[in-house]
Design a protein around this ligand. Structure first.
Ligand SMILES: NC(=O)c1ccc[n+]([C@@H]2O[C@H](COP(=O)([O-])OP(=O)(O)OC[C@H]3O[C@@H](n4cnc5c(N)ncnc54)[C@H](O)[C@@H]3O)[C@@H](O)[C@H]2O)c1
Length: 349
């Protein structure tokens, strides 16, 4: 193995704190954090101490960090409104980029990141950790094994109790279309992943119940069609009082030619198969256990890519098809129309 890749870590608190303390230590031999940025002094100091970084490697402005530190790539874990400015500056400075989802908080900023990537030729990967969890790998394996025949349609459901202000982190309770921008982008990506195709059209709406703790829209219902001839239905709710299917407990159901595959909050993957007449069997599927899951799987893929390996599934160019679903959902909500997602995604190609 060669020298570790030099990493500029942008974001030190919130989710970035989990990256620094839980995800990155696994890769201690493959990457070295050589600089840390956060606009907020408290997380900068706490995470800087954890990383044992000297004071001259800690920055409150990413532009100063890019001037002062020699790095091979940047990890960006700050709110989506800042992703494009930071990613584009990093690419211009010659760094590859591993960035948290969503690509950005507006479609125009997503396109601007694509333009910078094309201009600089740098590698950019967007995190979609939920594709690589044990429960989803197991669910997808049943679908692709052919055990229940062809896939007809998919249901995805996310529902969490965020009725207390700031229960989902401060900025999410303040931004427009909070469910979609911060939540549903994961589930749209998952529906693409499970459908084995890209979204063609999408319709539906998001809204904000009068009793919610959000300024922006926090509930949503959408239907969609994929180019794999699969249909999808999505329910998202940040105001759930009853049946919780929150993070890592999302409900997915695949209705197939020969049965159904069901994944609920208990994380068991069940297959319901028709055995003739009015008879059905219900069986648990043994879990697939990959060596690295979620974020760690994605960090490993990115480092392999830097080392000359294959491009990961969630590179920017591919993840723009997920971003197109997100911004089509916003457009559908605002216009009441069915949106041509394929045409939107083509704007980025
Ligand atoms: N993939 C996942 O499972 C997952 C989970 C949670 C969050 N996220 C993503 O991680 C990102 C950060 O979310 P969060 O909840 O940690 O947000 P947050 O509000 O907690 O911010 C994270 C850190 O970024 C810092 N920051 C804000 N603006 C900055 C800037 N311009 N420059 C440098 N630092 C800045 C903040 O001070 C904070 O310490 C978002 O894109 C979010 O969608 C992903």
């Amino acid at each position: 193995m060669g020298n570790p890749h030099k990493c500029l870590m942008i974001g030190a608190g919130g989710m970035a704190g989990a990256w620094i303390r839980s995800f990155l230590p696994t890769f201690a031999e493959r990457l070295e954090v050589v600089g840390l940025v956060d606009v907020n002094e408290a997380p900068l100091s706490q995470s800087g101490d954890f990383l044992k970084l000297p004071a001259d490697r800690r920055f409150t402005d990413y532009r100063r960090a890019l001037d002062a530190v020699e790095a091979d790539f940047a990890i960006i874990v700050v709110p989506p409104a800042h992703h494009t400015d930071i990613a584009n500056a990093c690419m211009t400075a010659g760094l590859d980029v591993l960035c948290e989802k969503p690509v950005a908080d507006t479609w125009e900023k997503c396109l601007a990141m694509v333009a910078a990537q094309k201009q600089t030729g740098k590698k950019v990967q967007i995190i979609q950790n939920y594709r690589y969890t044990e429960r989803i790998l197991t669910f997808k394996d049943v679908l692709t094994s052919g055990r229940v025949g062809r896939l007809n349609y998919l249901l995805g459901r996310f529902a969490a109790d965020y009725r207390v202000r700031n229960a989902w982190g401060k900025f999410r309770h303040e931004i427009p279309h909070a469910l979609l921008v911060e939540g549903s982008v994961h589930h749209f990506d998952q529906l693409r992943n499970l459908a084995g195709g890209d979204c063609l059209t999408l319709a539906g709406f998001d809204w904000n119940p009068s009793w919610s703790s959000f300024d922006g829209e926090s509930s949503g219902l959408y239907v969609m069609r994929f180019d794999s001839d699969v249909r999808g239905l999505y329910e998202g709710n940040c105001n759930e009082v009853g049946w919780q299917t929150s993070w890592h407990q999302e409900y997915y159901r695949a209705e197939c030619e020969g049965g159904a595959v069901i994944l609920d909050a208990d994380n068991r993957v069940r297959v319901m198969e028709h055995t003739g007449g009015a008879h059905y069997t219900v069986a648990d599927v043994p879990a697939i256990r990959p060596p690295l899951q979620g974020h760690q799987a994605q960090i490993g893929q990115f480092l392999d890519w830097l080392d000359g390996g294959a491009a990961p599934e969630t590179v920017l160019s591919d993840n723009m098809k997920t971003a197109a679903m997100l911004f089509a959902a916003i457009e559908a909500s605002e216009t009441g129309r069915t949106i041509d997602v394929a045409a939107k995604a083509a704007e980025a190609s």
